[in-house]
Design a protein around this ligand. Structure first.
Ligand code: PMP
Length: 466
């Protein structure tokens, strides 16, 4: 491996990082004695660190982002060409890549119509929330302003988005939160017993969990509830796939109470689950779809909030007040590199048949995780859709209580020491972290899937026997 030309001594970089960089979601104390990891290069689904060590990246950049893999020169070329032509102009004005990407995206989203650009997943969600609030203001005198979110879901790091977060462990210490966000129960069949609904499973459980949304709407007053935001598959909350029965009932409830349905595709979007979007597995007709990570696979910072024409029209039709348009702007959403990268990213997914590969390799990964469940008592449940999979680790299968976080971290560290980067997500108890997370790039091969599963297998055996 060759180091970038400006690095004379890797130690300089490590020490500069140790002295001055504040890493995200990381406790820094260990870095006083252990070197922070510096990733320097990526190709396909592999990355190298500054010491030259090679890893298979089974989480697409750590946070399920690099859907088309590392080192895509055609995306870099598209970005470079665009930057020298026009790097920036505010999104109050149009640009060629913004128009072209919007057209291409909407062609894969029947029923949707308008693309509002932003720069991060949090910001895309904040825009949907603000649109829901403005619709409440315009049509219902502000009364129908509440937004429901689900326990275990996550929608972003900014204070507005965090107010709609169903993971207590992420919210602790950052309150008070914005008013008007109300939680509905989770839909994790593996933990159904905690919900007091009796011994339900499959479709009956899915319907019951959706009914719980109706109960919250009735408790709050339907005239006060304007929106419902849901992840198609809950990501950071534990890779949770709602069972059949859930989504049709959710749609029915939203229509019945005139609640706008916002699907957060920040993780699932652009192929991660084997369809362009997670909601497309379930035949849902959303009012808002937000997406970020896979939109440009991390080659540029771009997110979007997509709406139906019906929603868009509500911001145009106010003849009494021509200034009552959607009054929101974000400087970097005008960076043309984003849609330029996103256009090429979509072309790659299409031309290389990555949705098909995602479905085939996802099935292989799930089968591998099922085998791990047979071999290791600590694997309580395995869940997934496409290349978005999780294995929940428990102390014993009867109690389903989470494996202590330190042991989960030891499994992740063992995989890392053996050349495979995997992730771990949170469950409901603060300080616990017990679902292994796997989301390799959509280009992953059958051999690489085998290597990932075998590495976890060996790690579980080593950590749980010690
Ligand atoms: N929604 C979901 C489902 C996410 O997983 C995330 C990020 N992990 C976000 C929103 C926020 O995205 P960002 O970090 O780009 O703000």
């Amino acid at each position: 491996m060759t180091l970038p030309f400006h690095v004379n001594d890797p130690r300089d970089v490590i020490e500069a990082d140790r002295a001055h960089v504040w890493h995200h979601m990381v406790q820094h104390k260990p870095f006083e004695t252990v070197d922070p990891r510096i990733i320097t290069e990526g190709r396909g689904i592999r990355v190298w660190d500054i010491s030259g060590r090679e890893y298979i990246d089974a989480v697409s950049g750590g946070v399920w982002t690099v859907n088309v893999g590392y080192g895509r020169e055609s995306i870099a070329d598209a970005v470079r060409d665009q930057l020298v032509k026009l790097n920036f102009f505010s999104s109050s004005t149009g640009s060629i890549p913004a128009a072209q990407f919007a057209e291409k995206l909407i062609a894969r989203m029947p029923g949707m119509s308008r693309v509002f650009y932003a720069s991060s997943g949090s910001e895309a969600n904040e825009n949907a929330y603000k649109m829901i609030r403005q619709i409440a203001e315009k049509r219902h005198g502000g009364r129908k302003h509440k937004i429901l979110y689900r326990a275990r879901d996550y929608h972003g790091t900014t204070l507005g988005a965090l107010s709609s977060c169903g993971q207590e462990e992420r919210k602790a210490q950052y309150g008070p939160f914005a008013p008007g966000f109300v939680e509905v129960p989770h839909c994790n069949e593996y933990h159904a017993a905690e919900q007091g609904w009796g011994a339900l499973s499959g479709e009956a459980y899915g319907r019951r969990a959706a009914d719980a949304i109706e109960e919250v709407i009735l408790r709050e007053g339907p005239e006060t509830v304007g929106g419902l935001v849901l992840e198609p598959v809950t990501a950071g909350g534990g890779v949770i796939t709602p069972p059949p029965g859930y989504w049709p009932r959710v749609q029915e409830i939203c229509r019945k109470y005139d609640v706008l349905l916002h699907i957060d595709e920040v993780v699932c979007g652009l192929g991660r689950t084997g369809e362009w979007f997670g909601y497309q597995h379930y035949g849902i007709e959303p009012d808002f779809v937000t997406m970020a990570k896979g939109v440009a696979s991390g080659y540029a910072a771009i997110s979007v909030c997509v709406t139906t024409e019906r929603v868009f029209e509500m911001f145009k039709d106010d003849a009494t007040d021509p200034l009552n348009y959607y009054r929101s702007i974000s400087t970097f959403a005008g960076c043309t590199a984003g849609p330029a990268a996103a256009l090429e990213n979509m072309r790659i997914i299409e031309d290389e048949g990555l949705l098909e590969n995602c479905r085939a390799r996802g099935a292989q990964l799930m089968a591998g995780l099922e085998r791990l469940k047979e071999r290791h008592a600590c694997v309580g449940d395995v869940r997934g859709l496409g290349l978005f999979c999780g294995a929940e680790l428990v102390t014993d299968r009867a109690s389903r209580s989470p494996l202590p976080e330190l042991q989960v971290q030891a499994v992740v560290a063992d995989c890392m020491a053996n050349g495979v980067i995997i992730g771990a997500t949170n469950r409901s108890l603060p300080g616990r972290n017990n679902t292994l997370c796997l989301s390799p790039a959509l280009i992953v091969t059958a051999d690489e899937i085998d290597r990932i599963v075998d590495t976890i297998d060996a790690a579980l055996a080593r950590v749980l026997s010690s």
